[in-house]
Design a protein around this ligand. Structure first.
Ligand code: FAD
Length: 332
């Protein structure tokens, strides 16, 4: 057991001040961090509890929403505005963890939860993320759940969040505050691919606090969904997941589309190649398949996860078909 201090600052400024000390870490609901401390993977000397800070979801003037970083996953999934205007996000949150965990888990913590790679948690194995330079035992190990896109010889871990996949598809913005002031990043730019430095997972600066997530107004997101393929019907991380929104033009072609994949990469994977294929195309299975092929063209599966490539394609095709049928139903 490594001793650590615990504090509950009254506001953002105090939290940031306290986080300036080496070894300090923010604590949200603790559903990931406390597990990692028990395993000896994280060893903070000070925990700064930010779960009581910004917990609300509020309207933006432009018709979007601002979600406080300490809003719980349950708050998010139950919010009527999110359910109606961004159903893919409510579905993604509800597809994650269990009701009890969602009651504790915060939005900020969800963004920064660590990978579920078994080798990352097991300190009897080599892991470049846990111990930089030690190697990666997942490469030749049990790698059924691992990345097929954007991985590197240093790391093949995936990002585990469901929520982040929807946030990537929705063009969400992450608001940050640190000793150098406040700034904002597109969600898509927050997480990094592993490259040679898999221990560095995000673009966050030391001590920076996530204060809020903003969702832009996106009328097409009313017709959106999230599908998660996993080993059990609940309480399991994604093997592959797809967040999608689709808008058809008056001529029946696809006017706009948003697509992101989970369970396939070190970060939530915005499927921009597929989106480019789909814009202007007729919403037919052949076009969906072609788009999925384009997105997965660079896939590099490992020994145990070749099936994910086809699974990702089929899930994209199925979800796009479901959204098209929904549109057709809405018109008749
Ligand atoms: C059994 C189990 C099953 C799960 N299944 C799923 C699943 O299917 N899908 C899914 O998406 N998730 C799943 N989760 C993960 C769960 O969603 C995360 O543990 C949770 O979202 C993390 O939120 P938290 O507030 O508890 O974070 P914490 O554990 O408190 O913190 C996580 C990290 O975020 C940092 N942090 C927290 N808040 C901030 C902030 N405001 N600014 C900067 N840094 C911050 C902490 O320092 C820490 O590094 C599961 C978890 C468990 C235990």
């Amino acid at each position: 057991m490594i001793p650590f201090t615990y504090s509950r600052p009254a506001d953002t400024a105090a939290a940031i001040r306290e986080a300036a000390h080496a070894g300090a870490m923010y604590l949200g609901g603790g559903t990931n961090l406390v597990d990692l401390m028990r395993e000896g993977v994280e060893r903070p000397t000070a925990l700064i509890d930010v779960a009581g800070l910004a917990r609300d979801v509020t309207e933006r003037e432009d018709g979007g929403l601002r979600i406080g970083a300490a809003a719980t996953n349950t708050t998010l999934a139950a919010d009527r505005r999110i359910r109606e205007r961004y159903p893919m996000l409510a579905r993604a949150v509800l597809a994650g963890a269990s009701a009890q965990i969602r009651n504790m888990a915060t939005v900020g913590g969800n963004l920064l939860q660590r990978t579920r790679c078994l080798y990352f948690y097991d300190d009897a194995t080599r892991c470049n993320k846990r111990a930089p330079g030690s190697g990666c035992d997942a490469l030749d190990g049990f790698n059924r759940m691992h990345a097929i896109l954007g991985a590197s010889p240093a790391c093949v871990a995936t990002h585990p969040s469901d929520m982040c996949v929807a946030l990537a598809a929705l063009d969400a913005t992450v608001h940050l505050e640190g000793t150098d002031g406040a700034r904002a990043l597109p969600l898509e730019a927050l997480h990094r691919l592993p490259g040679d430095t898999p221990a560095r997972e995000t673009e966050l600066r030391p001590g920076e606090l996530i204060t809020a997530i903003e969702l832009p107004p996106l009328p097409m997101a009313r017709h959106s969904t999230y599908r998660k393929v996993r080993d059990r019907a609940s309480y399991a991380f994604a093997i592959v997941s797809v967040a999608a929104a689709l808008e058809l033009g008056a001529d029946g072609t696809i006017r706009d589309v948003r697509l992101a994949l989970g369970g396939v990469a070190h970060k939530p994977w915005r499927a921009r190649a597929a989106e480019a294929e789909l814009r202007g195309a007729l919403p037919e299975e052949a076009a969906f398949r072609q788009a999925a092929e384009a997105e997965l063209a660079e896939a590099r599966p490992l020994r145990d996860n070749g099936f994910k490539v086809e699974l990702a394609k089929r899930t994209m095709v199925a979800v796009l078909g479901q959204l098209t049928a929904h549109h057709a139903g809405a018109r008749t």
